[in-house]
Design a protein around this ligand. Sequence first.
Ligand SMILES: [Zn+2]
Length: 358
Amino acid sequence: MTKRSCLMLCAALAAAIPAVVVGQGEKYPVTVIPPGKGPYTFAPDYQTPWDKIQIMVTARMSPNLFVLHGSEGLDPAHPEASGGRVMVLFGPDGVLMVDSQNRQVAEKTLAAIRSFTAAPIKVLVNTHIHSDHTGANAFFARQGALIFAQADLRAEMLRPPLRANGQPAPAPDMAGVPVSTYAFNPGTAGQPAVTFTMNGETVDLIPMMPSHTAGDTIVRFRTANAIYIEDFYRNFGYPFADQANGGSIKGMLDAVDLFEKVANADTTLVPGHGTFVKKKDLLAYRAMLVDVLARVTALRKQGKSLKDVLAANLTAPYDKTTLGDTQQSKDRFITEVYDEAEGLPPVVDGKRTMPAHP
Ligand SMILES: [Zn+2]
């Protein structure tokens, strides 16, 4: 071997080493594949090619707590990485999953889990009802998972709100409906409703106030010092309070404030989408919610219509620092704030009857 070829080979070997050494001296969390940044564009008639979407280990939060997420650039609902994140705690006590991803990629999600553990699937926790977080519930129940969630999520699943076109949603597959439920209690906000001790971890299911939906749960892993914070916070696209499913912009402010109680400065917060953050990173998001809520409320008090308020382009100061700032994302956010500016209808069975906008 010449000196030159040794240099090249040795350099190649050195570059390959981090990929094969797992778990020794790693500083967690380890990001394997970060979400994309965009911008992304899709043709109006674009259909998600589910067969092309891969489900991959995109981060490791500890030696036995992994994060799964889908491919970038294919799913217009979440172009930065398809679907919602799944967290998987594994070991001799079996597998605990947080969220189940889209139904269309259920086999691929299971295959990704089987790439690192053969342990039985025991527990599935749903952070909220959206199909990118619960779509494969029935599939994983058939693998053996007992499903946990807030009672409001179960109610939303059993009696879903009407679709945007006014049509009723199809009846759920009962195998995928959570069977162990708990409720948010304002008097004990931040305290776990359920705690699991598994695989060297302590896992807290903490029910949230109506924020992204009425049935939100955050999931804290005490040993890894990580919390799956679901979708009340996002850093790809503008905030989404699913008010028909009981969500609320003001509830999102309360959700941010709860992190004073449930996280420390070093806790890694894992949103359903976008990049990982720390609790201090929630503050700019909170300030934006407060600012936009105040501006929209003032315009509404002056008698402005939704159309006028949308035209006022109130998100302009935030577009530069908001990835995925599409017109659709802005309009949805401003419409939510407009609907909330004069109060929201009450939550009944996890749902609110929201006004229709032509
Ligand atoms: Zn969601």
